[in-house]
Design a binder for this molecule. Structure first.
Ligand SMILES: [Zn+2]
Length: 260
């Protein structure tokens, strides 16, 4: 198995895995989506809230704010030494106190642990008018996408590596494919066509549908798979992949033991 990074940013990683299978790719995808733990607000106790939003609506909004966390400190509550009762290794308190008129942002949350904070400061929680007040204490903990969608670590998709062939004998150089390809893969090069950045092909079939001479064939290679991992949580894309691989490895070890 070979891995090649195609694109990398703080938000997203695109990588090619060669010599693999759709089954393996899907196992990894599902773990990244539903089993990698992330931090989110679990419950909220309101002391004051006369804003336009009900407590339940506000609590829901707060739960959806992605929070960062220190991997070395926090564990899932059901795997914590406290047995899930709540301690400094599985819970963190966040408080907020604001008086209107103002707009309350995620950055107004005060966390008991500096490693736990909103990924985006500018997420709007609610707008308070004159005389309105908001005061609450919230508890955040780790959870997985399996338990609730708010804990989903990433959006993950994969596709087969594209392969495009032009039959030079059939091609009449009409350049229709150049016009229709949404990714600009077909390029006019003098009197012939050249392929450019084939890896960007989404197998949409616009070229094969347009070509009157059946000169183009496009296919996806099941053994070479391109992953796109976009974080929607407090974890970086690389952290999500590493964690997912560890979970997959642990599952394999467990299965091995069970078989023995
Ligand atoms: Zn604990």
């Amino acid at each position: 198995m070979k891995i090649q990074i195609l694109k990398k940013s703080n938000q997203q990683i695109k990588f090619l895995v060669e010599d693999t299978s759709p089954a393996f790719a899907n196992a990894l995808r599902k773990i990244m989506i539903s089993e990698v733990p992330t931090m989110a607000i679990k419950y909220v106790e309101f002391e004051k809230n006369n804003s336009v939003l009900f407590d339940e609506v506000l609590a829901h909004r707060l739960g959806l704010i992605p929070l960062t966390y220190d991997e070395k400190i926090y564990r899932l509550p059901d795997k914590c030494k406290c047995g899930g009762k709540g301690c400094s290794h599985c819970q963190v308190r966040l408080t907020l106190e604001k008086k209107g008129p103002c707009v309350v942002h995620a950055s107004d949350l005060k966390s008991a642990d500096p490693s736990v904070k909103p990924v985006e400061k500018n997420i709007i929680i609610v707008e308070l008018l004159k005389g309105q007040e908001l005061k609450f204490e919230a508890v955040a903990s780790l959870g997985t996408g399996e338990q609730h969608a708010k804990y989903q670590a990433a959006n993950v998709s994969f596709r087969y590596k594209p392969s495009i062939r032009i039959n030079k004998g059939k091609c009449k150089n009409c350049f229709e494919c150049v016009k229709v390809c949404p990714k600009g893969i077909f390029r006019k090069d003098g009197k012939t066509i050249k392929l450019h950045n084939v890896i960007e092909c989404t197998l949409c079939g616009a070229c094969t549908d347009t070509c009157k001479y059946n000169a183009i064939s496009v296919s996806g290679d099941e053994k070479n798979i391109i992953f796109t991992v976009e974080t929607i949580s407090g974890l970086k894309p690389a952290q999500i992949i590493k964690k997912a691989l560890k979970i997959l490895n642990d599952k394999s070890v467990e299965l091995k033991k069970a078989i023995k």
